[in-house]
Design a protein around this ligand. Structure first.
Ligand code: MRU
Length: 337
């Protein structure tokens, strides 16, 4: 992604591999600062994923792939490295896909690089296919951050928007702020700004207002794990946006690469949902926003039933939830998957 650092435009990935270690943009610091963190051990990789220096399903997968190659190079105990990295976050399927891929490929650095290149290429394809769904003048809702920061570049939900914008379509993006960690306002709005895409941040509870007024034409979100029947997990709040979209007759698209599809599970009931520390809800920028003595609950994801999904935008094309069998066939023929 192109990033303007002190007036100088640089090209950065969300995460990359160097001889020093795995480098990544510390997303907790955005949009105020672009700070690079270097992970030098599998413990640093666990910290980066668990504490969300890097986040977003495909980027978590790439970080794990690079991290395992680094751990092997460092002569770490690979059983332990695999075990702790697989416990870093439970919901995004990409993490487990990347660990499996690296285990099958003997944790070779070239395999990690191939994994990263594949993810990058696939997110670009998602953009090309998804662009076909975006009209010349479109107002699009998105939730959380499924952009370049959540992949390496391009993004999943944001990739079609980037293609549409480059093609000269007149698009406007409504960005859900995405409490409690504000990935929408801190990350998605920042990315759209870097790309020059017109947008507005809205409070999480404002989407229904804009939908009912006819100001939103379609919604595109990412996913953390998609079950065989098309139920999918994504950032908490996605479910209610999908229900609102159906109620208001607005198409609701889910953009994700094959690495996010878990065909080992039948329905969304089998997706493990991470519950994070209550302080993410009770505090905002270190200031307590709830009364002392009140507790919080903080599920990081919710599951949206397949009936709310208009279609999935993937690197193999666009599939309705009922057609995921053909998507699965395409994936079975794909040597990388
Ligand atoms: O908790 P996060 O920030 O990792 O959650 C991210 C999301 O929910 C994204 O929408 C999803 O991972 C898709 S990213 C291309």
């Amino acid at each position: 992604m192109k990033v303007n650092i002190d007036g100088e435009v640089k090209t950065l990935f969300a995460v990359w591999m160097t001889d020093e270690g795995v480098k990544l943009i510390d997303q907790r610091k955005l949009p105020e600062k672009i700070e690079i963190f270097t992970a030098r051990s599998s413990d640093d990789i666990v910290h980066s994923i668990k504490d969300m220096l890097v986040r977003g399903a495909p980027a978590i997968g790439v970080t794990a792939a690079y991290g395992l190659a680094m751990a092997k190079k460092n002569d770490e105990d690979m059983n332990k490295a695999v075990e702790k990295i697989s416990k870093s976050r439970p919901t995004a399927y990409d993490l487990f896909k990347a660990i499996k891929y690296m285990t099958e490929n003997n944790f070779e650095p070239s395999a990690a690089q191939r994994y990263a290149n594949e993810i990058l290429g696939r997110s670009k394809k998602i953009g090309e296919y998804g662009n076909e769904l975006i009209g010349k003048n479109s107002r699009i809702l998105t939730h959380c951050n499924a952009g370049a920061l959540a992949v390496l570049d391009w993004g999943t939900a944001l990739s079609p928007m980037r293609f549409a914008h480059k093609e000269g379509k007149n698009i406007f993006v409504f960005v859900d702020e995405t409490r409690p960690r504000l990935q929408g306002s801190k990350l998605t709005a920042w990315e759209l700004g870097q790309e020059g895409i017109d947008h507005a941040i809205i409070a999480d509870n404002a989407a229904g207002y804009f939908m009912k007024k006819g100001e939103i034409d379609l919604a595109i979100v990412g996913a953390d794990r998609i079950a065989s029947n098309g139920d999918f997990a994504n950032k908490i709040g996605t479910y209610e946006k999908a229900v609102l979209a159906k109620e208001n007759g607005i198409p609701f698209y889910v953009a994700a690469p094959g690495s996010t599809f878990d065909f080992n599970i039948k329905t969304g009931d089998e997706i493990p949902i991470e519950e994070r520390n209550q302080d993410e809800v009770l505090f905002l920028n270190e200031n307590r926003i709830g009364p002392v003595g009140s507790n919080g609950r903080n599920p990081a994801f919710d599951v949206t039933p397949n009936k709310y999904v208009t279609a999935f935008i993937t690197e193999y094309g666009i599939f309705k939830p009922g057609d995921l069998g053909s998507m699965r066939q395409a994936m079975n023929k794909d040597l990388f998957m």
